[in-house]
Design a protein around this ligand. Structure first.
Ligand SMILES: CC(C)(COP(=O)(O)OP(=O)(O)OC[C@H]1O[C@@H](n2cnc3c(N)ncnc32)[C@H](O)[C@@H]1OP(=O)(O)O)[C@@H](O)C(=O)NCCC(=O)NCCS
Length: 396
């Protein structure tokens, strides 16, 4: 039986048009263009407009990737969306994207592995296809980080930006395509980059908001140490498992967090910097979106040719890291014109129906919760708009 292989058949990216430069940040926090460029390599980043969300940016990148692949959106069997900035806790952002791209068939879910999320999602998609569970998988990395940043914290707000990237992975009997994957998770670093409040451990309250715990927090030096140590070893492991030597990889597409980290990866792999794709100067760190944005740009710029080996490698909160090596098979020219074919204004994400008019707590429940001794009332008995169960009628 021929082995079922996994090829990248489509790629696309979307970045918001609004640019936030280092000079803009100089006016907001005590920093300088010189400091930011010399420590990170970042010159500017993009910021989503008020009418944009993670889902809307993801849908544009996804439609561009689908156009590049030359398939119909309804041919997608599975949508995996990596993000740490979903539109809502639920539903998944992937579910909103599914409808926005005009797909009726796919299973859709989000993947949470922070900046490594796209590589984790890619690896999962590869496994689904190899197992025969899907033919075409849409893998997206999308982030709207500017809404989770403290613009008084110069240690974090200078680093991050917004955007989305996507690939279509397709089953094929042809040689080439995805080779080996390497994924790691090291929980010792769990609190090195994190967002303290809003989850079950620390639900949102006026106190958590007053303390700014709904913003990203980071120990920069520790994170830097982890990144420089792990990125090269993770990439190397994926390359070796693929039966290759790093010198046989034409281009590495590293997570774009900091150009100094990327330089350390090149050094660790004993390769020149021209084997590392970088665009961190223009977009900053777009977390899970950074690798697919970089991949789409590298291919569209002619940096990847048919037959090239390419290694995608990322690290992020968790700490997580991931790498996947790919033998490239798609004609790079296919993606060049798709930006003009998919306009963001043509993409619609479903909005909540009558959200403003819905009381978040049904009146009957609110009344019960206000009464002492009421919590043992089975919630099944409480139907908004229906009379209360007689046995629990308030004493008059
Ligand atoms: C954040 C980062 C750029 C900071 O660079 P650094 O060389 O480690 O700098 P330090 O944190 O040691 O700070 C050095 C000094 O610069 C100051 N500083 C921090 N941010 C600054 C800014 N934006 N502008 C000016 N000065 C700044 C610090 O307060 C410190 O001052 P001090 O020496 O008086 O205390 C770097 O640690 C980094 O890139 N870490 C990894 C972050 C990352 O990749 N996160 C995403 C993971 S997916």
């Amino acid at each position: 039986m021929t082995e079922r292989r996994v090829h990248v058949t489509g790629w696309g990216r979307y970045v918001p048009s609004q640019v936030l430069s280092n000079a803009d940040l100089e006016r907001m926090v005590d920093t300088s263009d010189e400091w930011i460029v010399s420590r990170t390599g970042i010159r500017e980043r993009r910021v989503a407009a008020a009418d944009e969300t993670t889902a809307s940016m993801a849908a544009v990148a996804a439609l561009r990737a689908i156009r590049t692949a030359g398939i119909d959106p309804d041919e997608i069997d599975l949508i995996l969306l990596a993000t740490l900035t979903p539109d809502y806790w639920m539903p998944s952002t992937a579910a909103l994207v599914k409808e926005a791209i005009g797909n009726t068939r796919a299973a859709a879910m989000d993947v949470a592995a922070a900046c490594s999320g796209f590589v984790y999602a890619y690896a999962s998609a590869q496994a689904w296809i190899a197992a025969g569970l899907a033919k075409h998988v849409l893998v997206i990395g999308a982030e709207l980080l500017s809404r989770f940043l403290d613009y008084t914290d110069r240690g974090t707000c200078i680093l991050f930006g917004d955007g989305a990237g996507a690939v279509v992975l397709s089953a094929s009997d042809e040689p080439g395509g995805s080779l080996a994957v390497e994924l790691t998770t090291e929980p010792q670093g769990a609190y090195m980059i994190w967002l303290p409040a809003g989850g079950a451990k620390s639900p949102p309250s006026s106190e958590t908001i007053a303390r700014g715990e709904h913003y990203i927090r980071m120990e920069g030096r520790e994170t830097y140490r982890f990144a420089t140590k792990t990125m090269a070893t993770t990439a190397l492991e994926s390359v070796r498992k693929s039966g290759l030597d790093p010198s046989e990889v034409a281009l590495f597409i590293p997570h774009q967090a900091n150009v100094r980290i990327i330089e350390a990866v090149a050094k660790g792999l004993q390769l020149p910097m021209d084997r590392m794709y970088t665009n961190v100067d223009r977009y900053g760190n777009t977390s899970a979106a950074s690798v697919p944005i970089a991949l789409a740009e590298a291919v569209n710029e002619g940096r990847v040719q048919v037959g090239d080996n390419v290694t995608l490698v990322a690290f992020g909160a968790g700490f997580t890291s991931g790498a996947v090596t790919v033998n490239w098979t798609a004609d790079p020219a296919r993606g060049r014109d798709v930006d003009a074919l998919v306009d963001r204004r043509d993409v619609r994400v479903r909005l909540p129906v009558d959200w403003d008019s819905v009381d978040p707590i049904p009146p009957a429940l609110a009344e019960l919760m206000a009464r002492p001794g009421s919590l043992d009332v089975p919630l099944d008995d409480v139907v908004p708009g229906e009379p209360e169960p007689a046995s629990h009628a308030p004493a008059r």
